[in-house]
Design a protein around this ligand. Structure first.
Ligand code: SF4
Ligand code: SF4
Length: 164
Protein backbone atom coordinates (compact mmCIF):
# COMPACT_ATOMS: atom_id res chain seq x y z
CA UNK A 1 0.00 0.00 0.00
CA UNK A 2 2.79 2.38 1.03
CA UNK A 3 4.52 1.63 -2.30
CA UNK A 4 1.33 2.49 -4.26
CA UNK A 5 0.84 5.77 -2.41
CA UNK A 6 4.39 6.84 -3.11
CA UNK A 7 3.90 6.06 -6.84
CA UNK A 8 0.82 8.27 -6.88
CA UNK A 9 2.70 11.03 -5.15
CA UNK A 10 5.60 10.62 -7.56
CA UNK A 11 3.23 11.00 -10.53
CA UNK A 12 1.52 13.99 -8.92
CA UNK A 13 4.76 15.86 -8.26
CA UNK A 14 6.20 14.96 -11.66
CA UNK A 15 3.12 16.45 -13.32
CA UNK A 16 3.34 19.47 -11.06
CA UNK A 17 6.98 19.98 -12.03
CA UNK A 18 6.05 19.79 -15.72
CA UNK A 19 3.26 22.28 -15.09
CA UNK A 20 5.60 24.77 -13.41
CA UNK A 21 8.14 24.42 -16.21
CA UNK A 22 5.46 24.87 -18.88
CA UNK A 23 3.98 27.88 -17.12
CA UNK A 24 7.36 29.61 -16.83
CA UNK A 25 8.15 29.01 -20.51
CA UNK A 26 5.69 31.77 -21.40
CA UNK A 27 6.64 34.20 -18.64
CA UNK A 28 8.79 37.26 -19.22
CA UNK A 29 12.31 36.50 -17.93
CA UNK A 30 13.19 38.15 -14.62
CA UNK A 31 16.93 37.95 -15.27
CA UNK A 32 18.99 40.50 -17.20
CA UNK A 33 22.23 40.09 -19.16
CA UNK A 34 24.48 41.77 -16.59
CA UNK A 35 26.85 43.64 -17.08
CA UNK A 36 25.57 44.60 -20.56
CA UNK A 37 22.18 45.33 -19.05
CA UNK A 38 21.98 46.95 -15.62
CA UNK A 39 18.94 47.29 -13.45
CA UNK A 40 18.26 50.78 -12.13
CA UNK A 41 19.36 51.18 -8.52
CA UNK A 42 16.42 52.09 -6.26
CA UNK A 43 16.63 55.70 -5.04
CA UNK A 44 16.87 54.80 -1.37
CA UNK A 45 19.45 52.04 -1.81
CA UNK A 46 22.86 52.75 -0.36
CA UNK A 47 25.85 50.61 0.38
CA UNK A 48 29.01 49.20 -0.98
CA UNK A 49 31.45 51.94 -0.26
CA UNK A 50 31.78 55.39 1.32
CA UNK A 51 32.91 58.93 0.53
CA UNK A 52 34.12 61.95 2.43
CA UNK A 53 32.38 65.01 1.04
CA UNK A 54 33.42 68.58 0.38
CA UNK A 55 31.40 71.79 0.55
CA UNK A 56 30.00 72.38 -2.94
CA UNK A 57 30.48 76.15 -2.72
CA UNK A 58 33.85 76.51 -1.02
CA UNK A 59 35.42 73.17 -1.89
CA UNK A 60 36.40 72.80 1.79
CA UNK A 61 36.39 69.38 3.43
CA UNK A 62 33.24 68.82 5.46
CA UNK A 63 34.89 66.52 7.98
CA UNK A 64 35.78 68.31 11.20
CA UNK A 65 37.61 65.32 12.66
CA UNK A 66 35.18 65.04 15.59
CA UNK A 67 35.60 61.23 15.77
CA UNK A 68 31.88 60.60 16.37
CA UNK A 69 31.83 58.08 13.53
CA UNK A 70 34.86 56.32 14.99
CA UNK A 71 33.23 56.12 18.45
CA UNK A 72 29.90 54.74 17.22
CA UNK A 73 31.20 52.21 14.71
CA UNK A 74 30.29 48.80 16.20
CA UNK A 75 33.06 47.10 14.26
CA UNK A 76 35.74 49.61 15.17
CA UNK A 77 36.86 49.93 11.57
CA UNK A 78 37.12 53.73 11.48
CA UNK A 79 40.21 55.56 12.66
CA UNK A 80 40.26 59.36 12.63
CA UNK A 81 43.11 61.64 13.66
CA UNK A 82 42.09 65.24 14.29
CA UNK A 83 44.00 68.46 13.86
CA UNK A 84 42.90 72.07 14.42
CA UNK A 85 43.73 75.12 12.37
CA UNK A 86 41.93 78.02 10.67
CA UNK A 87 39.38 78.05 13.47
CA UNK A 88 38.01 74.56 12.95
CA UNK A 89 38.81 70.87 13.18
CA UNK A 90 40.04 68.74 10.26
CA UNK A 91 40.68 65.07 9.74
CA UNK A 92 44.46 64.82 9.61
CA UNK A 93 43.97 61.20 8.65
CA UNK A 94 40.85 59.12 8.10
CA UNK A 95 40.89 55.37 7.56
CA UNK A 96 37.89 53.09 7.05
CA UNK A 97 38.55 49.36 6.71
CA UNK A 98 35.73 47.93 4.61
CA UNK A 99 36.63 44.36 5.54
CA UNK A 100 34.83 44.60 8.88
CA UNK A 101 32.11 47.05 7.89
CA UNK A 102 28.55 45.91 8.65
CA UNK A 103 27.00 48.55 6.37
CA UNK A 104 24.95 49.60 9.39
CA UNK A 105 25.12 53.31 8.45
CA UNK A 106 25.62 54.45 12.07
CA UNK A 107 28.71 56.43 11.09
CA UNK A 108 26.61 58.40 8.58
CA UNK A 109 23.78 58.90 11.07
CA UNK A 110 25.93 60.57 13.71
CA UNK A 111 27.97 62.81 11.43
CA UNK A 112 27.14 66.44 12.32
CA UNK A 113 28.44 67.88 9.03
CA UNK A 114 27.26 65.38 6.37
CA UNK A 115 30.93 64.59 5.84
CA UNK A 116 30.70 60.82 5.52
CA UNK A 117 28.11 59.34 3.19
CA UNK A 118 27.24 55.94 1.81
CA UNK A 119 27.18 55.65 -1.95
CA UNK A 120 25.26 53.92 -4.65
CA UNK A 121 28.38 52.07 -5.71
CA UNK A 122 27.74 48.38 -6.10
CA UNK A 123 30.53 47.64 -8.55
CA UNK A 124 33.58 48.00 -6.36
CA UNK A 125 35.40 44.67 -6.71
CA UNK A 126 38.97 44.44 -5.48
CA UNK A 127 41.62 41.78 -5.87
CA UNK A 128 43.90 42.70 -2.97
CA UNK A 129 43.05 42.93 0.73
CA UNK A 130 44.73 46.32 1.05
CA UNK A 131 42.26 47.75 -1.45
CA UNK A 132 39.58 47.37 1.23
CA UNK A 133 41.39 49.98 3.32
CA UNK A 134 39.91 53.35 2.40
CA UNK A 135 42.19 56.19 3.39
CA UNK A 136 41.26 59.87 3.26
CA UNK A 137 42.40 60.28 -0.36
CA UNK A 138 40.37 57.32 -1.61
CA UNK A 139 37.33 58.41 0.37
CA UNK A 140 37.54 61.92 -1.06
CA UNK A 141 37.98 60.61 -4.60
CA UNK A 142 34.91 58.42 -4.20
CA UNK A 143 32.77 61.54 -4.03
CA UNK A 144 33.52 62.14 -7.71
CA UNK A 145 33.23 58.52 -8.80
CA UNK A 146 29.92 57.37 -7.31
CA UNK A 147 26.51 58.89 -6.75
CA UNK A 148 25.90 59.71 -3.09
CA UNK A 149 22.92 58.09 -1.40
CA UNK A 150 20.07 60.37 -0.31
CA UNK A 151 20.64 59.63 3.37
CA UNK A 152 23.04 62.09 4.94
CA UNK A 153 23.62 62.52 8.66
CA UNK A 154 21.55 65.68 8.99
CA UNK A 155 18.59 64.24 7.04
CA UNK A 156 18.62 61.07 9.13
CA UNK A 157 18.92 63.02 12.39
CA UNK A 158 15.97 65.13 11.28
CA UNK A 159 13.89 61.97 10.78
CA UNK A 160 14.64 60.92 14.36
CA UNK A 161 13.53 64.26 15.83
CA UNK A 162 10.20 63.98 17.66
CA UNK A 163 7.40 65.63 15.65
CA UNK A 164 6.32 69.00 17.11
S1 SF4 B 1 28.53 51.40 8.28
FE1 SF4 B 1 28.59 50.74 10.44
S2 SF4 B 1 30.20 49.18 10.52
FE2 SF4 B 1 30.48 50.30 8.58
S3 SF4 B 1 31.95 51.88 9.05
FE3 SF4 B 1 29.92 52.79 9.35
S4 SF4 B 1 29.46 52.46 11.55
FE4 SF4 B 1 31.18 51.12 11.01
S1 SF4 C 1 33.11 62.01 9.18
FE1 SF4 C 1 31.69 63.24 10.42
S2 SF4 C 1 31.51 62.11 12.36
FE2 SF4 C 1 33.37 61.36 11.32
S3 SF4 C 1 35.03 62.60 12.12
FE3 SF4 C 1 34.33 63.58 10.24
S4 SF4 C 1 32.80 65.10 10.93
FE4 SF4 C 1 33.10 63.68 12.63
Amino acid sequence: MAYKVSKVRLAKYTLLAFWFTLRNLFRKPVTVQYPMVKRPIPDRWRGGTFALTTDKETGEENCIGCKLCEKICPSGVIDVEMEKHDGRGWAKSFVLDLQGCLQCELCVQVCPTDAIVMLQGMETPVTRREDFILDKNKLMMNENIFRAAWATGLKLQDLHEPKK
